[in-house]
Design a protein. Structure first.
Length: 289
């Protein structure tokens, strides 16, 4: 069966009495070039163990299975079980796991179920949980590459350079841990039902080390969140609202000492600038001890 043929998909879903769930972000691919191109972009070979999130009816799963050592596909919607068992029948290297990906210990899952293989992620993500899923995948720390389809706006935020409108705390978090690339866009006409927005495929390659050394990563994330929580304010004022333990004067001196004007806004700083500010605040806080 051709898993991207709209007539065949409709007949399959009707036969199983399946109903699409908007809450689960169920938009299935109906253009065969898309799953093939996503799988091709994911750098998969026989030594790779792929975690797929949300196999749907299995069109991307089949492409991954053709290339990988093993595919572990985690699907929340149990009503897709009989459909997937039918469409993926005979594919010995596919394991289906029914449950919420956000409730899994992803590092343990990769270690146990993709044992002996190079773990990567490849998926057409459910859009309503994109950020928590990507955060969990990055925090798991074991996936060398994460190749996923997301909303174009999210892809732009993740790849945004400093000072651009899309630049923000989430993009910086992703850029701190990985090198993101926007690979290609996918129009709404490639899905059933059609989403309202354009999608894009991104590839996140895990960094061997952070882009710059920093003394306290948690503090860095706190500085970044503070800057973007109030992105229209100057960095000094935004930090002042979040760091009650420091005076405005101390913060202004810290910003100046890093070589920035005290009127600068956080949104124009790149990751190196944020790391400098974070280390300067670290020094002040350590002196206070
Ligand atoms: N891979 C299929 C495709 O490309 O046609 C389906 C992709 S669809 C955008 C997202 C899939 O993720 C759906 O099958 C949905 O049921 C599943 N899903 C939604 N939330 C999930 C969760 N928290 N954990 C695992 N799967 C989830």
């Amino acid at each position: 069966m051709k898993l991207t043929d709209i007539q065949q998909i409709r007949a399959l879903l009707a036969r199983h009495g399946f109903r699409f769930s908007k809450a689960l972000g169920q938009n299935f691919l109906i253009a065969d070039w898309v799953p093939a191109e996503i799988a091709r972009s994911a750098g998969i070979d026989a030594d790779t163990g792929v975690l797929e999130i949300g196999p749907g009816i299995g069109c991307l799963t089949a492409e991954l299975s053709d290339r990988a050592g093993k595919v572990l596909a985690v699907e929340l919607d149990r009503s897709l079980r009989p459909i997937l068992e039918e469409t993926l029948e005979g594919r010995e290297n596919v394991e289906l796991l029914f449950g919420d990906v956000l409730k899994q210990d992803l590092a343990a899952l990769a270690a146990e179920r993709l044992y002996g293989l190079r773990p990567v992620v490849c998926a057409n993500l459910p859009y309503n949980v994109t950020s928590p899923v990507l955060t969990a995948l990055i925090r798991a720390g074991c996936f060398g590459q994460i190749t996923v389809m997301v909303q174009r706006e999210v892809a732009q935020r993740i790849c945004a350079p400093a000072g651009s409108a899309a630049y923000g705390a989430f993009g910086l978090f992703v850029q701190w841990h990985t090198e993101p690339e926007l690979l290609f866009e996918v129009p709404p006409s490639c899905f059933i039902p059609q989403p309202k927005v354009t999608s894009a495929v991104i590839r996140l390659t895990r960094r061997a080390a952070p882009p710059v050394p920093v003394r306290d990563e948690e503090l860095l994330q706190r500085v970044i969140r503070a800057a973007f929580n109030q992105r229209r304010k100057t960095l000094v004022n935004a930090l002042g609202a979040a760091f009650g333990e420091l005076t405005r004067e101390e913060l202004a001196r810290a910003v100046e000492k890093c070589g920035f004007d005290t009127k600068i806004r956080g949104e124009v700083l790149d990751i190196v600038g944020f790391a400098k500010i974070s280390d300067e605040i670290f020094s002040i806080l350590s002196q206070d001890l």
